[in-house]
Write a protein that binds this ligand. Sequence first.
Ligand code: GLY
Ligand code: MN
Ligand code: MN
Length: 462
Amino acid sequence: MFAKEVYRERRRMLRELVGEGLILFPGNEESAMNYRANTYHYRQDSSFLYFFGIDKPGFYGVCDVDAGVDTLYGDDFAIDDIIWMGEQPSVSELAAKVAVESSGPLKDLAGLMTLAMQSGRKVHLLPSYRGDQVVSLSRLFDVNGEELVKLESQKLIAAVVKLRSIKDSYEISEIEKAVEVAGIMHTTAMKMAFPGNYERELAGAIEGIALSHGGPVSFPVILSMDGQTLHNHYHGNELTEGRLVVCDAGAETAMGYASDITRTCPVGGKFSAQQKEIYNIVLKANTETIQASIPGRTYREVHLMAAKIIAGGLKELGIMKGDLDEAVAAGAHALFFPHGLGHMLGLDVHDMEGLGENNVGYNQLLKRSDQFGLAYLRLGRQLEPGFVITNEPGCYFIPALIDQWKGEMKHTDFINYDQVEKYRGFGGIRIEDDVLITDTGSRVLGTPIPKTVDEVEATMNS
Ligand code: GLY
Ligand code: MN
Ligand code: MN
Protein backbone atom coordinates (compact mmCIF):
# COMPACT_ATOMS: atom_id res chain seq x y z
CA MET A 1 0.00 0.00 0.00
CA PHE A 2 1.20 3.54 -0.75
CA ALA A 3 1.10 6.27 1.93
CA LYS A 4 -2.50 7.05 2.85
CA GLU A 5 -2.24 10.62 1.50
CA VAL A 6 -1.75 9.18 -2.01
CA TYR A 7 -5.22 7.61 -1.90
CA ARG A 8 -6.82 10.68 -0.31
CA GLU A 9 -5.45 12.90 -3.06
CA ARG A 10 -6.52 10.50 -5.81
CA ARG A 11 -10.08 10.47 -4.47
CA ARG A 12 -10.11 14.25 -4.07
CA MET A 13 -9.09 14.70 -7.70
CA LEU A 14 -11.66 12.13 -8.77
CA ARG A 15 -14.50 13.89 -6.92
CA GLU A 16 -13.44 17.17 -8.51
CA LEU A 17 -13.51 15.66 -12.01
CA VAL A 18 -16.84 13.89 -11.54
CA GLY A 19 -18.55 16.96 -10.06
CA GLU A 20 -21.74 15.59 -8.49
CA GLY A 21 -23.49 12.49 -7.13
CA LEU A 22 -22.23 9.27 -5.59
CA ILE A 23 -19.40 7.16 -7.01
CA LEU A 24 -19.52 3.47 -6.17
CA PHE A 25 -16.45 1.23 -6.51
CA PRO A 26 -17.27 -2.44 -5.89
CA GLY A 27 -14.19 -4.37 -4.85
CA ASN A 28 -13.70 -7.84 -6.29
CA GLU A 29 -14.82 -10.95 -4.44
CA GLU A 30 -13.03 -14.29 -4.38
CA SER A 31 -13.59 -16.17 -7.61
CA ALA A 32 -14.33 -19.92 -7.57
CA MET A 33 -12.15 -22.17 -9.75
CA ASN A 34 -13.83 -25.59 -9.63
CA TYR A 35 -15.89 -25.36 -6.47
CA ARG A 36 -16.76 -22.49 -4.21
CA ALA A 37 -14.05 -22.94 -1.60
CA ASN A 38 -11.26 -23.58 -4.15
CA THR A 39 -10.59 -20.12 -5.47
CA TYR A 40 -8.27 -18.56 -8.05
CA HIS A 41 -5.49 -16.38 -6.74
CA TYR A 42 -7.36 -13.35 -5.37
CA ARG A 43 -7.13 -10.24 -7.55
CA GLN A 44 -8.62 -6.95 -6.42
CA ASP A 45 -10.23 -4.68 -9.00
CA SER A 46 -7.59 -2.24 -10.24
CA SER A 47 -9.69 0.93 -9.91
CA PHE A 48 -10.66 -0.09 -6.38
CA LEU A 49 -6.95 -0.63 -5.64
CA TYR A 50 -6.08 2.73 -7.18
CA PHE A 51 -8.55 4.76 -5.12
CA PHE A 52 -9.08 2.63 -1.99
CA GLY A 53 -5.85 0.60 -1.82
CA ILE A 54 -7.29 -2.40 0.08
CA ASP A 55 -6.32 -5.72 -1.42
CA LYS A 56 -9.02 -7.89 0.17
CA PRO A 57 -12.42 -9.21 -0.89
CA GLY A 58 -15.72 -8.02 0.51
CA PHE A 59 -15.50 -4.23 0.26
CA TYR A 60 -17.21 -1.36 -1.53
CA GLY A 61 -15.87 2.18 -1.68
CA VAL A 62 -18.17 5.18 -2.02
CA CYS A 63 -17.16 8.75 -2.81
CA ASP A 64 -19.96 11.16 -1.98
CA VAL A 65 -19.04 13.97 -4.33
CA ASP A 66 -21.68 16.38 -3.01
CA ALA A 67 -20.64 15.99 0.63
CA GLY A 68 -16.93 15.52 -0.08
CA VAL A 69 -16.83 12.36 2.06
CA ASP A 70 -15.52 8.90 1.23
CA THR A 71 -16.76 5.74 2.97
CA LEU A 72 -15.54 2.16 3.05
CA TYR A 73 -18.31 -0.44 3.34
CA GLY A 74 -17.65 -3.99 4.49
CA ASP A 75 -18.52 -6.37 7.28
CA ASP A 76 -16.04 -7.02 10.05
CA PHE A 77 -14.60 -10.50 10.02
CA ALA A 78 -16.35 -13.01 12.28
CA ILE A 79 -14.58 -15.58 14.45
CA ASP A 80 -15.10 -18.26 11.77
CA ASP A 81 -13.12 -16.18 9.26
CA ILE A 82 -10.37 -15.58 11.79
CA ILE A 83 -10.06 -19.34 12.49
CA TRP A 84 -9.37 -19.99 8.80
CA MET A 85 -7.59 -16.80 7.79
CA GLY A 86 -5.94 -15.52 10.97
CA GLU A 87 -6.42 -12.19 12.72
CA GLN A 88 -7.87 -9.52 10.45
CA PRO A 89 -8.02 -5.75 10.82
CA SER A 90 -11.45 -4.20 11.33
CA VAL A 91 -13.13 -2.30 8.51
CA SER A 92 -12.50 1.01 10.27
CA GLU A 93 -8.81 0.16 10.74
CA LEU A 94 -8.51 -0.64 7.04
CA ALA A 95 -10.31 2.58 6.15
CA ALA A 96 -7.87 4.57 8.27
CA LYS A 97 -4.91 3.06 6.40
CA VAL A 98 -6.10 4.71 3.17
CA ALA A 99 -7.31 7.94 4.79
CA VAL A 100 -11.00 7.08 4.42
CA GLU A 101 -12.75 8.94 7.22
CA SER A 102 -15.94 6.91 7.42
CA SER A 103 -16.84 3.21 7.32
CA GLY A 104 -19.92 1.07 7.74
CA PRO A 105 -21.42 -2.40 7.31
CA LEU A 106 -22.71 -3.62 3.95
CA LYS A 107 -26.36 -3.22 5.01
CA ASP A 108 -25.76 0.54 5.29
CA LEU A 109 -24.55 0.58 1.69
CA ALA A 110 -27.79 -1.04 0.57
CA GLY A 111 -29.73 1.65 2.47
CA LEU A 112 -27.64 4.44 0.94
CA MET A 113 -28.09 3.19 -2.61
CA THR A 114 -31.84 2.63 -2.22
CA LEU A 115 -32.21 6.16 -0.91
CA ALA A 116 -30.06 7.55 -3.71
CA MET A 117 -32.14 5.81 -6.38
CA GLN A 118 -35.43 6.90 -4.79
CA SER A 119 -34.35 10.51 -4.52
CA GLY A 120 -32.97 10.57 -8.06
CA ARG A 121 -29.35 11.20 -7.04
CA LYS A 122 -26.81 10.47 -9.71
CA VAL A 123 -24.93 7.23 -9.00
CA HIS A 124 -21.74 6.68 -11.03
CA LEU A 125 -20.58 3.12 -11.75
CA LEU A 126 -17.77 1.69 -13.86
CA PRO A 127 -18.54 -1.20 -16.24
CA SER A 128 -18.57 -4.67 -14.66
CA TYR A 129 -16.42 -7.44 -16.07
CA ARG A 130 -17.28 -10.24 -13.61
CA GLY A 131 -20.58 -12.12 -13.60
CA ASP A 132 -20.82 -12.27 -9.81
CA GLN A 133 -20.48 -8.51 -9.67
CA VAL A 134 -23.32 -8.02 -12.15
CA VAL A 135 -25.47 -10.19 -9.90
CA SER A 136 -24.60 -8.35 -6.66
CA LEU A 137 -24.95 -4.88 -8.20
CA SER A 138 -28.25 -5.83 -9.83
CA ARG A 139 -29.50 -6.88 -6.40
CA LEU A 140 -28.14 -3.74 -4.77
CA PHE A 141 -29.97 -1.47 -7.23
CA ASP A 142 -32.94 -3.81 -7.73
CA VAL A 143 -32.50 -3.77 -11.52
CA ASN A 144 -31.71 -6.41 -14.12
CA GLY A 145 -28.31 -6.73 -15.81
CA GLU A 146 -29.33 -4.67 -18.83
CA GLU A 147 -30.64 -1.83 -16.69
CA LEU A 148 -27.43 -1.95 -14.68
CA VAL A 149 -25.51 -0.93 -17.80
CA LYS A 150 -27.43 2.37 -17.74
CA LEU A 151 -25.71 3.21 -14.44
CA GLU A 152 -22.31 3.04 -16.12
CA SER A 153 -21.07 6.59 -16.11
CA GLN A 154 -19.07 8.01 -19.02
CA LYS A 155 -18.10 10.88 -16.77
CA LEU A 156 -16.64 8.48 -14.19
CA ILE A 157 -14.92 6.39 -16.87
CA ALA A 158 -13.32 9.52 -18.36
CA ALA A 159 -12.21 10.75 -14.93
CA VAL A 160 -10.68 7.40 -13.94
CA VAL A 161 -8.89 7.09 -17.30
CA LYS A 162 -7.54 10.63 -16.97
CA LEU A 163 -6.09 9.96 -13.52
CA ARG A 164 -4.85 6.41 -14.01
CA SER A 165 -3.21 7.23 -17.37
CA ILE A 166 -0.59 9.46 -15.75
CA LYS A 167 1.68 7.39 -13.55
CA ASP A 168 3.30 9.10 -10.57
CA SER A 169 6.82 8.34 -9.38
CA TYR A 170 5.58 5.71 -6.90
CA GLU A 171 3.76 3.85 -9.63
CA ILE A 172 6.69 4.07 -12.03
CA SER A 173 8.99 2.56 -9.43
CA GLU A 174 6.48 -0.27 -8.86
CA ILE A 175 6.35 -0.98 -12.60
CA GLU A 176 10.15 -0.94 -12.69
CA LYS A 177 10.19 -3.56 -9.92
CA ALA A 178 7.88 -5.69 -12.06
CA VAL A 179 10.21 -5.23 -15.04
CA GLU A 180 13.21 -6.31 -12.93
CA VAL A 181 11.43 -9.58 -12.15
CA ALA A 182 10.50 -9.98 -15.81
CA GLY A 183 14.18 -9.58 -16.68
CA ILE A 184 15.04 -12.59 -14.53
CA MET A 185 12.14 -14.52 -16.04
CA HIS A 186 13.24 -13.82 -19.61
CA THR A 187 16.94 -14.49 -19.16
CA THR A 188 16.02 -17.75 -17.41
CA ALA A 189 13.79 -18.78 -20.33
CA MET A 190 16.61 -17.96 -22.77
CA LYS A 191 19.07 -20.12 -20.85
CA MET A 192 16.60 -23.01 -20.88
CA ALA A 193 15.71 -22.76 -24.58
CA PHE A 194 17.72 -25.77 -25.70
CA PRO A 195 16.68 -28.89 -27.61
CA GLY A 196 15.11 -31.57 -25.43
CA ASN A 197 13.52 -29.16 -22.96
CA TYR A 198 9.76 -28.75 -23.14
CA GLU A 199 8.02 -25.40 -23.44
CA ARG A 200 6.16 -26.19 -20.22
CA GLU A 201 9.45 -26.47 -18.32
CA LEU A 202 10.42 -22.94 -19.36
CA ALA A 203 6.92 -21.61 -18.71
CA GLY A 204 6.79 -23.25 -15.28
CA ALA A 205 10.22 -22.03 -14.29
CA ILE A 206 9.46 -18.42 -15.15
CA GLU A 207 6.05 -18.45 -13.51
CA GLY A 208 7.81 -19.73 -10.39
CA ILE A 209 10.22 -16.79 -10.56
CA ALA A 210 7.29 -14.35 -10.54
CA LEU A 211 5.75 -16.15 -7.57
CA SER A 212 9.02 -16.30 -5.68
CA HIS A 213 9.32 -12.51 -6.00
CA GLY A 214 5.99 -11.99 -4.27
CA GLY A 215 3.46 -11.65 -7.03
CA PRO A 216 1.87 -13.88 -9.63
CA VAL A 217 2.53 -13.48 -13.32
CA SER A 218 0.72 -10.43 -14.68
CA PHE A 219 -1.05 -12.58 -17.31
CA PRO A 220 -0.81 -16.26 -18.28
CA VAL A 221 2.64 -16.92 -19.74
CA ILE A 222 2.77 -16.93 -23.54
CA LEU A 223 5.67 -19.16 -24.54
CA SER A 224 5.86 -21.13 -27.71
CA MET A 225 7.87 -22.30 -30.70
CA ASP A 226 4.69 -21.51 -32.61
CA GLY A 227 5.09 -17.81 -32.04
CA GLN A 228 3.02 -17.09 -35.14
CA THR A 229 0.05 -17.75 -32.84
CA LEU A 230 0.12 -14.40 -31.10
CA HIS A 231 -1.15 -15.43 -27.68
CA ASN A 232 -0.11 -19.07 -27.57
CA HIS A 233 -0.77 -20.67 -24.19
CA TYR A 234 -0.01 -24.22 -25.32
CA HIS A 235 3.25 -25.32 -23.72
CA GLY A 236 3.42 -28.97 -24.72
CA ASN A 237 6.11 -28.95 -27.43
CA GLU A 238 9.60 -30.32 -27.04
CA LEU A 239 12.06 -27.66 -28.20
CA THR A 240 13.85 -28.45 -31.43
CA GLU A 241 16.87 -26.89 -33.10
CA GLY A 242 16.06 -24.37 -35.79
CA ARG A 243 12.89 -23.02 -34.17
CA LEU A 244 12.33 -19.73 -32.41
CA VAL A 245 10.82 -19.39 -28.95
CA VAL A 246 8.57 -16.38 -28.42
CA CYS A 247 8.22 -15.67 -24.72
CA ASP A 248 5.75 -12.97 -23.70
CA ALA A 249 5.57 -12.79 -19.93
CA GLY A 250 5.56 -10.40 -17.03
CA ALA A 251 5.25 -10.23 -13.29
CA GLU A 252 2.87 -8.44 -10.98
CA THR A 253 4.24 -6.76 -7.87
CA ALA A 254 2.68 -7.26 -4.46
CA MET A 255 1.04 -3.83 -5.01
CA GLY A 256 -0.57 -5.05 -8.24
CA TYR A 257 1.58 -3.30 -10.88
CA ALA A 258 2.46 -5.23 -14.01
CA SER A 259 5.30 -5.70 -16.45
CA ASP A 260 4.78 -7.05 -19.96
CA ILE A 261 7.94 -8.07 -21.81
CA THR A 262 8.54 -10.19 -24.90
CA ARG A 263 11.78 -11.71 -26.09
CA THR A 264 12.38 -14.16 -28.91
CA CYS A 265 15.31 -16.54 -28.95
CA PRO A 266 16.58 -19.35 -31.18
CA VAL A 267 16.38 -22.87 -29.77
CA GLY A 268 19.97 -23.97 -29.20
CA GLY A 269 21.43 -20.50 -28.79
CA LYS A 270 22.30 -19.41 -32.34
CA PHE A 271 20.07 -17.49 -34.77
CA SER A 272 20.14 -18.75 -38.37
CA ALA A 273 20.88 -16.19 -41.09
CA GLN A 274 17.20 -16.10 -42.07
CA GLN A 275 16.07 -15.67 -38.45
CA LYS A 276 18.63 -12.93 -37.88
CA GLU A 277 17.37 -10.96 -40.88
CA ILE A 278 13.77 -10.92 -39.67
CA TYR A 279 14.85 -10.41 -36.04
CA ASN A 280 16.80 -7.29 -36.92
CA ILE A 281 13.83 -5.83 -38.78
CA VAL A 282 11.64 -6.24 -35.68
CA LEU A 283 14.42 -4.90 -33.45
CA LYS A 284 14.74 -1.82 -35.66
CA ALA A 285 10.98 -1.26 -35.46
CA ASN A 286 11.20 -1.57 -31.66
CA THR A 287 14.20 0.69 -31.04
CA GLU A 288 13.34 3.37 -33.60
CA THR A 289 9.73 3.69 -32.52
CA ILE A 290 10.72 3.87 -28.85
CA GLN A 291 12.87 6.85 -29.86
CA ALA A 292 9.91 8.28 -31.74
CA SER A 293 7.54 7.91 -28.77
CA ILE A 294 7.43 11.48 -27.56
CA PRO A 295 4.73 13.63 -25.96
CA GLY A 296 2.33 15.12 -28.48
CA ARG A 297 2.75 12.40 -31.09
CA THR A 298 -0.12 9.97 -31.51
CA TYR A 299 0.66 6.33 -30.85
CA ARG A 300 -1.16 5.54 -34.06
CA GLU A 301 1.51 7.54 -35.91
CA VAL A 302 4.22 5.60 -34.05
CA HIS A 303 2.46 2.31 -34.86
CA LEU A 304 2.41 3.22 -38.56
CA MET A 305 6.11 4.08 -38.34
CA ALA A 306 6.75 0.55 -37.03
CA ALA A 307 4.62 -0.86 -39.84
CA LYS A 308 6.70 1.04 -42.40
CA ILE A 309 9.99 -0.15 -40.91
CA ILE A 310 8.76 -3.75 -41.03
CA ALA A 311 7.44 -3.35 -44.58
CA GLY A 312 10.76 -1.75 -45.59
CA GLY A 313 12.76 -4.61 -44.12
CA LEU A 314 10.56 -7.18 -45.80
CA LYS A 315 10.89 -5.34 -49.10
CA GLU A 316 14.66 -5.68 -48.87
CA LEU A 317 14.16 -9.43 -48.51
CA GLY A 318 11.84 -9.49 -51.51
CA ILE A 319 8.84 -10.45 -49.40
CA MET A 320 7.08 -7.12 -49.92
CA LYS A 321 7.33 -4.77 -52.87
CA GLY A 322 6.07 -1.43 -54.18
CA ASP A 323 5.74 1.93 -52.52
CA LEU A 324 6.06 1.57 -48.74
CA ASP A 325 3.71 4.41 -47.82
CA GLU A 326 1.06 3.03 -50.13
CA ALA A 327 1.59 -0.50 -48.79
CA VAL A 328 1.17 0.63 -45.19
CA ALA A 329 -1.82 2.85 -46.02
CA ALA A 330 -3.45 -0.15 -47.68
CA GLY A 331 -2.67 -2.35 -44.66
CA ALA A 332 -0.60 -4.88 -46.66
CA HIS A 333 2.05 -5.14 -43.90
CA ALA A 334 -0.62 -6.56 -41.60
CA LEU A 335 -0.12 -9.98 -43.17
CA PHE A 336 3.13 -10.02 -41.19
CA PHE A 337 2.38 -7.51 -38.38
CA PRO A 338 -1.31 -8.01 -37.68
CA HIS A 339 -1.47 -6.50 -34.18
CA GLY A 340 -1.00 -3.12 -32.54
CA LEU A 341 2.31 -1.63 -31.44
CA GLY A 342 1.21 -1.47 -27.83
CA HIS A 343 -1.09 -0.47 -25.04
CA MET A 344 -1.07 1.28 -21.69
CA LEU A 345 0.46 -0.60 -18.77
CA GLY A 346 -0.11 -0.15 -15.04
CA LEU A 347 -2.28 -1.94 -12.53
CA ASP A 348 -3.61 -3.94 -15.47
CA VAL A 349 -1.40 -5.39 -18.17
CA HIS A 350 -3.72 -3.83 -20.72
CA ASP A 351 -4.27 -0.93 -18.39
CA MET A 352 -7.90 0.01 -17.74
CA GLU A 353 -9.13 -2.23 -20.55
CA GLY A 354 -12.11 -3.14 -18.35
CA LEU A 355 -13.28 0.46 -18.80
CA GLY A 356 -13.52 -0.02 -22.56
CA GLU A 357 -10.54 -0.12 -24.96
CA ASN A 358 -11.73 2.92 -26.88
CA ASN A 359 -12.25 4.95 -23.71
CA VAL A 360 -8.60 4.37 -22.87
CA GLY A 361 -6.83 4.42 -26.22
CA TYR A 362 -8.93 6.78 -28.33
CA ASN A 363 -10.86 10.04 -27.93
CA GLN A 364 -12.92 12.60 -29.81
CA LEU A 365 -9.90 13.60 -31.87
CA LEU A 366 -8.90 10.10 -32.88
CA LYS A 367 -11.29 7.27 -33.58
CA ARG A 368 -10.23 3.67 -33.94
CA SER A 369 -9.63 2.38 -37.45
CA ASP A 370 -11.51 -0.67 -38.69
CA GLN A 371 -8.72 -1.70 -41.08
CA PHE A 372 -7.36 -5.22 -40.44
CA GLY A 373 -4.23 -4.86 -38.30
CA LEU A 374 -4.64 -1.20 -37.34
CA ALA A 375 -7.97 -2.11 -35.75
CA TYR A 376 -6.05 -4.12 -33.14
CA LEU A 377 -4.12 -1.06 -31.99
CA ARG A 378 -5.35 -0.57 -28.42
CA LEU A 379 -3.70 2.82 -27.90
CA GLY A 380 -3.93 5.36 -30.72
CA ARG A 381 -4.22 8.74 -29.05
CA GLN A 382 -1.59 11.37 -28.34
CA LEU A 383 1.14 10.41 -25.90
CA GLU A 384 1.51 12.43 -22.70
CA PRO A 385 4.29 12.59 -20.10
CA GLY A 386 3.57 9.99 -17.42
CA PHE A 387 2.05 7.41 -19.75
CA VAL A 388 3.56 3.94 -19.41
CA ILE A 389 3.09 2.00 -22.60
CA THR A 390 4.34 -1.15 -24.26
CA ASN A 391 6.29 -1.18 -27.50
CA GLU A 392 5.85 -4.59 -29.10
CA PRO A 393 6.32 -4.88 -32.83
CA GLY A 394 6.36 -8.33 -34.36
CA CYS A 395 6.72 -10.19 -37.61
CA TYR A 396 4.91 -13.48 -38.14
CA PHE A 397 4.29 -15.99 -40.88
CA ILE A 398 0.79 -17.30 -40.15
CA PRO A 399 0.04 -20.13 -42.61
CA ALA A 400 -3.76 -19.78 -42.43
CA LEU A 401 -3.59 -16.03 -43.06
CA ILE A 402 -1.06 -16.41 -45.86
CA ASP A 403 -3.32 -18.99 -47.52
CA GLN A 404 -6.37 -16.80 -47.15
CA TRP A 405 -4.75 -13.65 -48.56
CA LYS A 406 -2.99 -15.56 -51.31
CA GLY A 407 -6.26 -17.27 -52.27
CA GLU A 408 -7.96 -13.88 -52.46
CA MET A 409 -4.96 -12.39 -54.36
CA LYS A 410 -4.98 -9.72 -51.69
CA HIS A 411 -2.47 -6.85 -51.97
CA THR A 412 -0.56 -8.54 -54.81
CA ASP A 413 0.89 -5.08 -55.63
CA PHE A 414 2.72 -5.16 -52.31
CA ILE A 415 3.24 -8.84 -51.42
CA ASN A 416 5.44 -11.29 -53.24
CA TYR A 417 3.65 -14.53 -52.34
CA ASP A 418 6.31 -16.77 -53.95
CA GLN A 419 8.91 -15.34 -51.63
CA VAL A 420 6.55 -15.57 -48.63
CA GLU A 421 6.34 -19.34 -49.19
CA LYS A 422 10.03 -19.65 -48.26
CA TYR A 423 9.12 -18.53 -44.73
CA ARG A 424 6.02 -20.69 -44.21
CA GLY A 425 7.44 -22.65 -41.23
CA PHE A 426 9.32 -19.68 -39.77
CA GLY A 427 7.02 -18.99 -36.82
CA GLY A 428 7.14 -15.47 -35.44
CA ILE A 429 9.21 -12.85 -33.69
CA ARG A 430 8.03 -10.25 -31.19
CA ILE A 431 10.07 -7.89 -29.05
CA GLU A 432 8.33 -5.97 -26.27
CA ASP A 433 9.53 -3.34 -23.83
CA ASP A 434 7.77 -1.22 -21.23
CA VAL A 435 8.29 2.47 -21.89
CA LEU A 436 7.68 5.65 -19.89
CA ILE A 437 6.80 8.81 -21.78
CA THR A 438 8.85 11.61 -20.21
CA ASP A 439 8.57 15.40 -20.61
CA THR A 440 10.91 15.33 -23.57
CA GLY A 441 10.85 11.79 -24.96
CA SER A 442 10.73 8.29 -23.60
CA ARG A 443 12.66 5.86 -21.42
CA VAL A 444 12.65 2.07 -21.40
CA LEU A 445 11.82 1.01 -17.85
CA GLY A 446 14.03 -1.31 -15.81
CA THR A 447 17.49 -2.73 -16.29
CA PRO A 448 17.93 -3.52 -20.00
CA ILE A 449 16.98 -7.11 -20.83
CA PRO A 450 19.14 -8.80 -23.52
CA LYS A 451 17.64 -7.76 -26.85
CA THR A 452 20.11 -7.61 -29.72
CA VAL A 453 21.09 -10.79 -31.56
CA ASP A 454 24.48 -10.73 -29.85
CA GLU A 455 23.03 -10.07 -26.39
CA VAL A 456 20.44 -12.84 -26.69
CA GLU A 457 22.99 -15.36 -28.00
CA ALA A 458 25.52 -14.39 -25.31
CA THR A 459 22.89 -14.81 -22.56
CA MET A 460 21.80 -18.18 -23.90
CA ASN A 461 25.33 -19.45 -24.02
CA SER A 462 26.49 -17.97 -20.71
N1 GLY B 1 0.97 -9.86 -23.03
C1 GLY B 1 -0.02 -9.53 -23.95
C2 GLY B 1 0.40 -8.35 -24.70
O1 GLY B 1 1.56 -8.23 -25.01
O2 GLY B 1 -0.34 -7.49 -24.95
MN1 MN C 1 3.14 -8.98 -23.85
MN1 MN D 1 1.75 -6.15 -24.37
